[in-house]
Structures are given as structure tokens and as C-alpha cells.
Design a protein. Structure first.
Lengths: 226, 226
């Protein structure tokens, strides 16, 4: 098959991946950012990202970029959205396929900084102006995260294997940015079979013993509402 | 800003858009397909698609492609997923950003066939082998559609402005591919405030008069379960 069947002269759009990794740390929803060390965006904070190589799929590129640029491995990344605004990069036209994940910060300590001048877990409520359209990507990521709390088990990546419903509710509240009614929350979470009882009880100090729960499924699942 | 800041030599990946337009016609969930008229995929059925032009965003490209290649305009397209498998196109490496929509077939009658040898609404249960990775794209589209029925108002594009709950349930059942319990369906649909009563009643022939409903919102909305 001739390569010339494809009108390559027609395009000069680059394809990149960016990764938005969220966690709840110190009572805040945070996102992992790196600080760009050179080029037109020098000094700006951005999501870990990079160009897709000819031999790798989008998923593989996202995993490689996150590993190389932020020292983060073994995270289940979910595709978030493709961003293709014509002005998103001052260096030229590009499309970025963004990936996101919600993780327990214990699993995700930035180990190496090879490409960038700094790396940090930024509070999403206090973000600096990010490079490229990354402010938009983070915003779309937070929206998706909040929506998915209601119709999927996405929080399983954040919580330990066993947890109390109070701990689950606290994580939900931090991500949603508002309080939830305790009784209503418990009813809905149990109605959609998101979690199940482990049969174990946790006793701690003064407080009442609390039942421990685990996620019904610890791989990505859309809740069956119908 | 020098264009050479971006390592263009590094990539020769083309970026395309493909559109998966679904409707319910004659009791079946159908997708709009075109038949390719030339090249290595000649004779194969595929989703309407094409390369993104340098001056247009991804959304604009999807709208243009659907209009040019299938004669379909004025549809709200939602981004589905970016497909970037290394072997997805025998002509060379490409990434496709797929869009999808669920429409009322009245709004969507293929008018012109300029680029392709044929166009048809195919029953998704009886698809031929499609060109590229389009079988996969349709499959991901159907999964998303089915999931979104449970947590969004996506069906508003399919139903007329006023409808009975029986009509809504029938549409849901056709898309989901299985029957739903009537009482349970009604309870859940009303619980999540998906639809509201119009106060009107439809009387038709022998059957019992039925209450007419409309969607609470006729633009895309994720249902707030929490």
C-alpha cells in the first residue's frame, strides 16, 4: 500500500498526550503539575505531557510520558478528552489527547525530575495560570471527576481497600467541593451497589465503632442506574 | 515564536475525525454509514470521516465532515473518544477523534452523496465489517450511549418534545437491547428528575389516555445522582 494514498501534505498538526493526575491530599483535591524548564513556556506550570511517538498507541504514549516526566508508574489512566483548539500552543498547531486518573497519593510520589525544573501536587482551588490550554484540561478533568462520582466507582482508586462510609463521604465532599447529607449519601451509595460491607468493624479511641466497606468492584465500572 | 521550537520532524501522524450518528428507526438502533468509493477500502462501509484542516478545531472538523460527506447539518455532536492504535489505517499512522450523536431520524435524512458510493442507516445488530477501526468506534459509541441513558438526558435528541413514558421506555429498551421493568423504570426516571409532566394528556383510540412528559432540560446534562 502506498503511503501517498494519505494526503500527508495536507496536515502539519502534531499529536500529543497530557496527563491530569488527581488526588486528595491534606483535605484538598490536588493535581500533579510540573514546571517547564525551557522554551516559550519556561517557568510555567503544566500537566506532564509530550508528543506521541510513531510506534506507540495513545494509551502507551500517556503511560510513557507520565513515567518519564513525573516518575509515576502503574496507574490506570482513563482518556479524558481530545483538545484541538487552533491556538492552544504558540509553537504551532497541535491536538492533545488528555488522560486522567484519581489516585491515592501514597501510590504516586514523584520520584524523578529529569525534564522539568519542579514538580508539585497543586491544590486545584489555587492553581496558577497554566501553560497551553492546561487550565481548561484541568477544569474538564475536575468536571468529569465530579460527574463520575455519581455514576461510576472512580473513587476506588483514591480510597484504601477498606474504609468507613464517613471516610468515603469525606472524599466525595472534598472532590465535589460541598457537603453532602449523611443519610441521603448513604442511601444512594448503597442503592447503586457501589460498595459492600466487609463484615468488619473498626474501633478507634472515643468514637463509635464503624462498619468497614469495600468497593463492589475495584476496576472501572459505570453504575447501572436503570 | 519560531515554529522550530516544536520538533516537527518527530511525527508523521495524521489527525482525522469520524462521526457516529445513531438513531432509532423501525424498532432498531441504527448508525449512519457511507460506502467508500475508491482507494484501499473501496466498497467497504465506514463512518463519515476526514482529516482535520489546519484552520479548524476538532469540533468544526467534525461538523464539516458530517455536512460534506453525509449531508447532515445542525446536529449537536459530542466527542466520543480518540482512537490511536498504530495499525488502525493501512495507509499510514493516524489518530481519529470520534464524535457521536443520538438523533431523531426525521432531523437527519441523508441528502447528498458526493464523496461516497452509498449511504444508509444500518441496524447496529447487523453491521457488515467496517473499514479502519470503525467497528470498534461504533461499539464504543453504543456502550457510551447505553451508559449515558442511565446518567444523562442524552435521549432528548431522539424523542419528540412531548412523549409518554411508554414511548420513552420503548426507546430505552431498543437502545439497551433488553426489556425494562415498567414500574422500576418510571420510578428511576422520575427520581432523577430526567423528565417532567407537561400537564397534557394524549387520548388515542382504544388505549387508556396517557400523560405527556417532556425532558426537564433539552441540552446535554449529566444527571445529579448524589
Amino acid at each position: 500500500m502506498k503511503k501517498t494514498d494519505m494526503p500527508q501534505y495536507f496536515q502539519s498538526i502534531l499529536i500529543a498526550v497530557d496527563t491530569a493526575i488527581f488526588s486528595v491530599i491534606d483535605g484538598a483535591l490536588r493535581v500533579l503539575l510540573i514546571r517547564i524548564g525551557s522554551g516559550p513556556y519556561k517557568g510555567k506550570w503544566a500537566l506532564p505531557g509530550g508528543l506521541v511517538r510513531p510506534e506507540e498507541s495513545l494509551d502507551q504514549a500517556a503511560e510513557r510520558v507520565l513515567s518519564e516526566k513525573a516518575g509515576v508508574d502503574d496507574i490506570y489512566l482513563e482518556q479524558l478528552y481530545a483538545f484541538g483548539g487552533v491556538d492552544r500552543d504558540v509553537r504551532g498547531r497541535s491536538v492533545s489527547v488528555a488522560y486522567f486518573a484519581l489516585v491515592n497519593s501514597d501510590r504516586c510520589l514523584p520520584a524523578t525530575i529529569e525534564y522539568y525544573s519542579d514538580i508539585a501536587w497543586y491544590d486545584t482551588a489555587k492553581l496558577p495560570k497554566l501553560a497551553f490550554d492546561h487550565t481548561k484540561i484541568v477544569s474538564v478533568g475536575i468536571d468529569r471527576l465530579r460527574n463520575k462520582l455519581g455514576y461510576s466507582n472512580i473513587a476506588y482508586g483514591l480510597l484504601p481497600k477498606e474504609f468507613t462510609l464517613t471516610e468515603l463521604q469525606t472524599a466525595y465532599e472534598i472532590i465535589l467541593g460541598h457537603e453532602l447529607d449523611k443519610r441521603n449519601f448513604r442511601k444512594k451509595i448503597l442503592d447503586i451497589d457501589l460498595v459492600k460491607e466487609t463484615g468488619k468493624i473498626r474501633k478507634s479511641g472515643q468514637s463509635r465503632p464503624a462498619r468497614l466497606y469495600s468497593f463492589s468492584e475495584r476496576k472501572p465500572k459505570i453504575v447501572d442506574v436503570l
